[in-house]
Every structure is written in C-alpha cells, then in structure tokens.
Design a protein around this ligand. Structure first.
Ligand code: ZN
Ligand code: ZN
Length: 146
C-alpha cells in the first residue's frame, strides 16, 4: 500500500511537470483521490470539494480526471447503470470487491492477479495490457444489517 501522502505529492508533481495549473480546487481533488480508498465517482468527489470550494463545477472535476486518465494516473471503473468510479490511490489494474447492497467498492488485498495475468498471457499468446477483475458480494456491514 502506497502512503496516501506520498501518493498525493506524486500526483501534484506529475501535474506540475506538465505545467498543469494547480488551483486550490484541483489540489483538494488530488488529495481526495490520493487518500480515498473508497473509489468515489466524479459526483461524489464533486460533492466533497464543493463544501470547501463552492465555485467548483462538476466539469472541473471531470477535466482533472480526464487529464489524470490520459497520464494513467487514475484507474477508471465503469459500471453499467452507475457512474464511473475512480481509484487515484492505485492507478494500476487490480482486483476489486463490490458490495451489491451499499455499492461500496474496496481493493482486494490478495495477490492473485499477477499469476492470473501470466496464465492468461501464456495460454492465449496475448500480451496483456490491462484487465478487470471484480468480485460481487455482500459486505460485512450489510450482512450485519440483514
Ligand atoms: Zn455493503
Ligand atoms: Zn482500487
């Protein structure tokens, strides 16, 4: 696990290198992305930033996410019938666990992916660029609520 503060500084540096204008709103967004392990959607990020910076627009959030996506510094998780969610903490493909009740998305801290990618590559002859591995279930909190 990367230290969220280290990851935050990394994101700031990467955008600064590109001479991307770092407004306080964008800094706040980078901090949220780097420190959040909850995989927020753009509108969830916007809701959090808006409290601090009422002039921020959802378009600004999307624009910054687009820039980060273009640099492979944020992982976009698309779900049909739901907003896209983002992982700025770990931008590399990794398995996720999704609760079908509360829609919470967490990282799966199990080292199965690397072996799987190697096997798929070996069996298919494909050079694997990326992958999606999602596990759906009911999280412990929601199980208790039942
Ligand atoms: Zn849940
Ligand atoms: Zn993740």
């Amino acid at each position: 696990m990367v230290d969220p503060q280290v990851r935050f500084e990394e994101l700031v540096d990467k955008l600064r290198e590109r001479e991307y204008r770092l407004t306080p709103q964008r800094i706040a967004l980078l901090r949220l992305l780097a420190t959040s392990d909850g995989h927020p959607s753009a509108s969830q990020l916007y809701d959090q930033i808006k409290d601090q910076f009422p002039t921020t627009s959802l378009a600004t959030v999307y624009k910054t996410l687009d820039v980060l996506k273009g640099m492979d510094e944020v992982l976009e998780l698309r779900f049909s019938g739901d907003d896209n969610h983002y992982d700025g903490h770990n931008p590399h493909p990794h398995p996720h666990l999704i609760c079908v009740h509360c829609r919470k998305i967490i990282d799966l801290e199990v080292n199965i992916a690397q072996d799987l990618v190697q096997q798929v590559s070996w069996r298919s002859g494909y050079q694997i660029i990326s992958y999606r591995l999602d596990f759906y279930g009911v999280c412990p909190d929601c199980q208790e609520g039942e």
